[in-house]
Every structure is written in structure tokens, then in C-alpha cells.
Design a protein around this ligand. Structure first.
Ligand code: SF4
Length: 254
């Protein structure tokens, strides 16, 4: 099946989301709340596009809009740019000093908004990616709390969370760099909790927290010791895989 995005013919599978098809074809659609490892949630709405189907036009969130037939898509029409501009105006009012939002706002010609001025130190765009990454991992240490303009992401009672393993997955997926991770003197501080870092048994690099490794061992049933009796960072794990591949006999022909 083919769909047309910005006049370009793009191959699509039934049920595929417009955003995925566009990205596969190097067509840019801005997003904040989208991450390839997590299902789309259409929270930030920046990925809106115009879909023309059977002569009718509608605006949809491309990250959750599955393709079921031949359609035309406009990712950057006048209507879409005007709507994105409004969304960015609100985001900029919420996070006036956030560099990611400032950059996007500049691209759409949005200037500082004084009418809805909020907390000048706010960095979070409430995309929910951090909460979902933590949930997916199984730790479930952070949530959205409160409502309206006081809504935010926090640990339970805003105390250092017992469930948190200090993996920093939440910070890694945050599109706005709003979650601060401090690493120094063999410690990582995140969500007001301090974690001891564990060293890679091969290169000595501090690569994970002790709680993170224990979590993988027990909750996810991954015995790190099983693959060499040691703890290896990502780099050393890859190097070891290459070394093993070079000494293993070739697989017999089928
Ligand atoms: S650092 Fe804590 S809050 Fe963040 S993803 Fe890991 S477990 Fe969850």
C-alpha cells in the first residue's frame, strides 16, 4: 500500500502509524512525547499532521494514527504550522528557559509569552515519557501528581523513592533535559536519592548503580554473573561478544 506524504509516495503497511512511515522516509515531524521504545500517546500533540482522505481534510496526531487506506498527508501545511505555533506558545509559557522548547519555538517564530508566565525554573513539559519508561522497567518510582497548572512528575510524597534503582532511564528519555542526574565521587544522585556506582569488571568504568544491577538480577531474572561471572559495561560486553565470535567455530551449514 502507498500513501503520499508532502507529495512523496511512501510505502506503508496497514495499521502502521503515519509518524513511523514519515520517519522511515526521512520526512521530519517534530515530537516531544514520542520514543521508539514506547507506544505513542499523543500527549504533546506536536506531531499533528493534516490527513486528506476521500476529499476531506482532518488534523490527527501522527504517532497514534494508523494507516488503513490510501491517504494524502501534509506534515507542514499552513494550518499545521499555525496549530503547532499555538502549542509551542503554551509550552514556552510553561518552560520559558528550556533550551529544547526555545529552539522549537524559534523554528516556528514563537516569541516569549508573558501573558501566562509560570515558574521561570520549570523545565518539564509533562510528556510522561519518564513515567512510562520507569513503569516499563518495572520500578514504578515516579508518577504525575496534582492537576492543572500544578501538575508535575514526582516520587511518592516527593520523598526519595525506595523503589528507585537510580538507573536514570527516566532522564535518558526526557526530551527536555528536565531530570537532573549528578554523578561524582563514585555516586549518582537522582530524584534526591544517592546511589553508589558499580565498576565494570573489565575496564573499571563506573557504569550502573548497585541497585540497578541487583534489580536486573532478581526482578528481570537476568543473571549477570552467568555471562562470565562478572559485571561488564555496554562497551566491554560488545567487545567480549566480538572476541567470542572470533574464537567460536563457524556454524554448520543448514
Ligand atoms: S532512575 Fe528511578 S525514577 Fe528514574 S527510571 Fe530509574 S528507577 Fe525510575
Amino acid at each position: 500500500m502507498n500513501i503520499r506524504i508532502n507529495g512523496i509516495d511512501c510505502e506503508a503497511q496497514p495499521g502502521e502509524f503515519i509518524l513511523d512511515i514519515a520517519r522511515r522516509n526521512n520526512i521530519h515531524i517534530p515530537t516531544l512525547c514520542h520514543h521508539e521504545a514506547l507506544a505513542g500517546e499523543a500527549r504533546c500533540r506536536l506531531c499533528i499532521v493534516e490527513v486528506i482522505e476521500k476529499g476531506r481534510s482532518k488534523v490527527v496526531a501522527s504517532c497514534v494514527y494508523p494507516v488503513t487506506g490510501e491517504i494524502e498527508v501534509a506534515t507542514d501545511s499552513e494550518k499545521i504550522r499555525a496549530l503547532r505555533k499555538t502549542l509551542l506558545m503554551l509550552l514556552l509559557a510553561r518552560t520559558p528557559h528550556n533550551e529544547t522548547i526555545q529552539k522549537l519555538a524559534r523554528e516556528y517564530g514563537v516569541t516569549q509569552v508573558t501573558r501566562f508566565a509560570g515558574d521561570p525554573d520549570e523545565e518539564c513539559v509533562l510528556c510522561n515519557l519518564c513515567v512510562r519508561a520507569c513503569e516499563q522497567l518495572g520500578a514504578g518510582a515516579i508518577f504525575t501528581v496534582n492537576r492543572g497548572i500544578t501538575k508535575k512528575v514526582a516520587t511518592l510524597f516527593e520523598e526519595p523513592a525506595e523503589e528507585c534503582i537510580g538507573c536514570a532511564a527516566c532522564a535518558a528519555v526526557c526530551p527536555a533535559g528536565a531530570i537532573k542526574v549528578l554523578e561524582e565521587d563514585g555516586k549518582r544522585i537522582i530524584w534526591n536519592r544517592e546511589f553508589e556506582m558499580a565498576a565494570c569488571s573489565r575496564c573499571g568504568e563506573l557504569f550502573a548503580t548497585a541497585e540497578q544491577l541487583a534489580f536486573y538480577n532478581t526482578r528481570l531474572n537476568v543473571d549477570l554473573g552467568k555471562y562470565g561471572g562478572d559485571r561488564l559495561c555496554e562497551n566491554c560486553r560488545q567487545k567480549r561478544a566480538v572476541e567470542l565470535a572470533s574464537v567460536l567455530p563457524p556454524a554448520p551449514p543448514r
